[in-house]
Design a protein around this ligand. Structure first.
Ligand code: GUN
Length: 293
């Protein structure tokens, strides 16, 4: 039997743990606060920002938002970041990416105070993850590691193969999977291979994986023959493909779920796997930032 790695249920468990911690902090006079900045009218980004705000409310976290027109200038955006950097009610700042093309994302990322960088995108925080001394852990990789560890799946000595080398998922996840486990840093002690568009023998490398993570944004890219019997498969993809239904589309991951599921020990569904974990870990970072304040 294949285990379904149910991120929806686990994210609810983590959220109720956090709601308890928020109560304790409030008794000490601290209410965690998250500021979300959204520029432009990308519908997917609007959905993500809406669900981040709703989750804050549910957990008792203060949420502030700056919803800005696509015409916002770099200077205006930097002024808003500055304002949240010095706002004592705010412990976490998130600027939803991607930004409209005329804006400089890297400049914004580096302007966010590292102590409020709950996305863990600032170079200082990325570097801390790389040396196993994290201030924050990046939300999607942390969600994946929580899903694996809390299911009781062993990572030590395992071969983890990651498809995709993005700054948001592939690279920081590689660092966490590789990191020696100190008990606190979410290190996984595994042997890591990262594959990308120029990788040779990609299918052979996939077949060697004990833990296979797909984060490349290609619908149903991972097929049954690319997965070792008994592997753990983590699907980070959320892709819209045309479908003959009311919406005209359906959501699929980077893994061909029906083909791959019978071969593996455990697999994440899409939706309901990694996605809900990402928001839970954003809340986790906001609460831990408030605790450290
Ligand atoms: N856009 C897609 N994923 C993310 C994320 O995790 N954080 C931010 N800030 N923007 C995103």
């Amino acid at each position: 039997m294949t285990t379904l790695l149910d991120g929806k249920t686990l994210s609810k468990t983590i959220q109720s743990e956090l709601a308890e911690e928020v109560k304790v902090l409030k008794d000490q006079g601290i209410q965690p606060g998250l500021a979300v900045i959204l520029v432009g009218d990308d519908p997917a980004s609007q959905v993500y920002v809406g669900s981040k705000r709703k989750t804050c409310e549910k957990l008792g976290i203060l949420s502030k938002a700056s919803i800005l027109p696509a015409s916002t200038s770099q200077d205006e955006l930097m002024a808003i970041v500055d304002q949240y950097n010095s706002d004592p009610e705010i412990h976490g700042i998130l600027c939803q990416l991607p930004l409209p093309a005329h804006l400089d994302e890297q400049q914004v990322i580096e302007a966010i105070a590292p102590s409020k960088d709950v996305d863990c995108f600032h170079p200082e925080n990325v570097g801390r993850v790389l040396i196993g001394m994290p201030r924050f852990l990046p939300c999607t990789p942390h969600g994946i590691v929580q899903l694996i560890k809390r299911t009781g799946i062993e990572t030590t000595g395992k071969h983890t193969v990651i498809l995709g080398r993005s700054d948001i998922v592939g690279k920081p996840l590689a660092a966490m999977m590789l990191q020696k486990d100190s008990g606190e840093n979410m290190g996984c002690n595994s042997t890591v291979t990262v594959c990308h568009s120029a990788t040779k023998n990609l299918e052979e490398l996939c077949r060697e994986a004990d833990i296979l993570v797909a984060a490349i944004g290609k619908p149903e890219f991972v097929k049954g023959h690319m997965v070792k019997e008994g592997a753990v498969v983590i699907d980070v993809g959320i892709n819209r493909i045309d479908a003959d239904n009311e919406k005209g589309y359906r959501l699929v991951g980077d893994v061909d779920f029906e083909e791959v599921k019978p071969r593996c020990q455990a697999i994440t569904p899409v939706p309901g796997g990694v996605g809900p974990m990402t928001i839970a870990m954003l809340m986790y970072n906001t609460v831990s930032s408030a605790r450290l304040s």
